[in-house]
Write a protein that binds this ligand. Structure first.
Ligand code: NG1
Ligand code: ZN
Length: 538
């Protein structure tokens, strides 16, 4: 063992691997019960330092379990350009996180050798955490891990949302044009983008400049309060579920609203008002309202995506710019949204496997790439060509649509899905169109749908293809799904193993809620039967 890793051996005794199970780096990093994650955090700290030296750039470490319950926690690494960790390192992370304690130091030495890391390079790591009670303890484990590797500079940003950490990493790694590398820089960028976007015109038409925001009792409350103060003359934000004594993600937050299809706790619905929910780390956003029949109506990631796509492609047309706008979705996107984008807006749609890194990558193929998961996680990417063309058009004279595009670009946090940035983007568009939530919802009507979970012995017996829309294993399951979906008008269903929970997810949609529910139940029963279900039969 080289002397460089003696500290790994020494400090690892404080963080023994006693999880008793394998914990994998999934679509959202490591995520599990907070009580068994200490050794994982310590090891992620070590890896973040190595990754930083390998890339000779700042790496982010975000401690959060997003929309999961308070007792869970998790950690994800942010690569230098704000993107999710590269695949090869996900594998390294899973391997290192699960090793016996006695093998850790030599495995770390091995990573250094096999990935060609020069330990002489100075490491730089940004660490941030959400509001969970376990997060300070787990942050310390990450910091201890980093301290095992010599010559590293650490900034502990303490409480920050996932999108704020991504923003800080991008700014720090040289993209100064993007924004100032501070929390204040983030608040300024978004709020001034919003204020410039709406300009001096007052709210018009059916748009009311007031919205109630459910903060899931999470970190989003801290961030949005700062921004709300800066724009309060033009948009009044009323915050609910903004922290203790409220419990994180409990009967509130974007995931609760999306899955339960109902209002969160502490929101008093009234027709004509707009509501939005953030998730626990403020990277997902869902809107909803009471329609004139006092019925709950949801405006999810697909609706946000198409509002953005429609507005941005209209602006580029009016600005006389030849920029290609595209939409990227997953199989969870409502069938109506896909049809509306392709058939009505004539905007190309790509379908990618679940996990924003797949969507982010696909969105880079467009000048303006709008990507969202139906659950409200997404953003807009602008190519260098798009940024340069818009700036030129603004410089060259009186081009109002180009100016509007430019200020909209400032609102958008392109580094990752960002609930607060997306909220300001939605509000700026509704403001300029003079639209109510109902007007926005009228773009198209969602097909009724249902999501279910099935517990099975080993969820990984399910293998999928075609961006998760087809199941290729176990044999016979896809035929069964086809047969069941064929019974219902507009019937569509697919199944996939979750990357964040030990369950199989079932999605079903059909022409009526009753049919979507029935299809979902029947497909869940087929999964239970063909994949060795455990627990009560669906
Ligand atoms: P899994 O558990 O793999 O379905 C969930 C979400 C993803 C993504 C990740 C990360 C659904 C159906 N799935 O993944 O979209 O957001 O969590 O948080 O919403
Ligand atoms: Zn989240």
């Amino acid at each position: 063992m080289s002397a460089s890793f003696a500290k790994v051996e020494e400090l690892s005794t404080r963080y023994p691997n006693s999880a008793g199970k394998v914990i994998g780096y999934g679509t959202a990093g490591f995520r599990d019960k907070a009580s068994i994650l200490d050794h994982v955090m310590f090891r992620v700290g070590i890896l973040s330092a190595l990754r930083s030296k390998q890339k000779n750039a700042t790496i982010g470490v975000m401690i959060t379990a997003s929309h999961n319950p308070e007792d869970d926690n998790g950690v994800k690494l942010v690569d230098p350009e704000g993107e999710m960790l590269e695949n090869a390192w996900e594998k390294i992370a899973t391997k290192v996180a699960n090793l016996d304690d006695s093998k850790l130091a030599s495995a770390v030495e091995d990573v250094v050798k096999t990935t060609g890391i020069d330990l002489g390079v100075k490491g730089s790591i940004f660490v941030a955490r959400d509001t969970r009670e376990s997060s300070p303890r787990l942050t310390q484990a990450v910091l201890d891990g980093i301290s095992c590797i010599d010559n590293c500079e650490v900034v502990n940003w303490d409480l920050a949302s996932t999108p704020v950490l991504h923003y800080l990493v991008v700014c720090r790694n040289g993209n100064e044009a993007y924004g100032k590398c501070s929390k204040a820089g983030y608040y300024d960028k978004l709020s001034s983008g919003f204020l410039t976007s709406i300009g001096s015109k007052s709210a018009q038409g059916a748009y009311k400049p007031i919205i109630t925001v459910d903060c899931a009792n999470g970190i989003g409350a801290v961030e949005i309060r700062e921004i709300g103060n800066k724009i309060s003359n033009d948009l009044k934000l009323t915050l609910v579920n903004d922290g203790k004594p409220g419990i994180l993600n409990h009967n509130c937050g974007a995931d609760f609203v999306k899955v339960q299809q109902t209002f969160p706790e502490n929101v008093t619905p009234a027709p004509g008002e707009r509501f939005a929910s953030l998730d626990g780390d403020a990277d997902r956003l869902i809107y909803y309202y009471f329609d004139s029949n006092s019925k709950f109506k949801m405006l999810d990631g697909d609706k946000i995506s198409l509002l953005f796509a429609e507005h941005l492609s209209e602006l580029t047309k009016h600005a006389n710019l030849q920029l290609k706008t595209g939409v990227v979705q997953t199989a969870y996107a409502n069938g109506s949204s896909t049809n509306y984008a392709q058939d009505v807006l004539k905007i190309p749609v790509a379908c990618e496997p679940t996990g924003v890194k797949h969507l982010h990558h696909a969105a880079q193929a467009f000048d303006i790439g709008v990507y969202f998961e139906a659950n409200g996680h997404g953003t807009v990417l602008f190519s260098n060509n798009a940024i340069a063309s818009v700036r030129d058009a603004v410089k060259s004279g009186d081009n109002k649509p180009a100016q509007e595009l430019l200020s909209f670009m400032d609102i958008i946090n392109s580094t990752v899905g960002d609930a607060i940035s997306d909220l300001l983007g939605v509000e700026a568009i509704l403001y300029s169109k003079g639209w109510s939530a109902q007007d926005w919802d009228n773009m198209y009507t969602d097909l009724p749908n249902r999501q279910l979970k099935v517990s099975v012995e080993d969820r990984n017996v399910i293998k999928t293809a075609d961006a998760e829309r087809k199941c290729v294993s176990p044999l016979g399951l896809q035929d069964k799904i086809d047969q069941l979906a064929g019974k219902y008008q507009n019937g569509r269903s697919f199944v996939r193993p979750s990357g964040t929970e030990d369950i199989v997810r079932v999605y079903a949609e059909a022409n009526t809620q009753g049919n979507a529910d029935a299809l979902g139940k029947e497909v869940a029963a087929a999964v239970y039967e063909l994949c060795r279900g455990v627990g009560p039969k669906p």
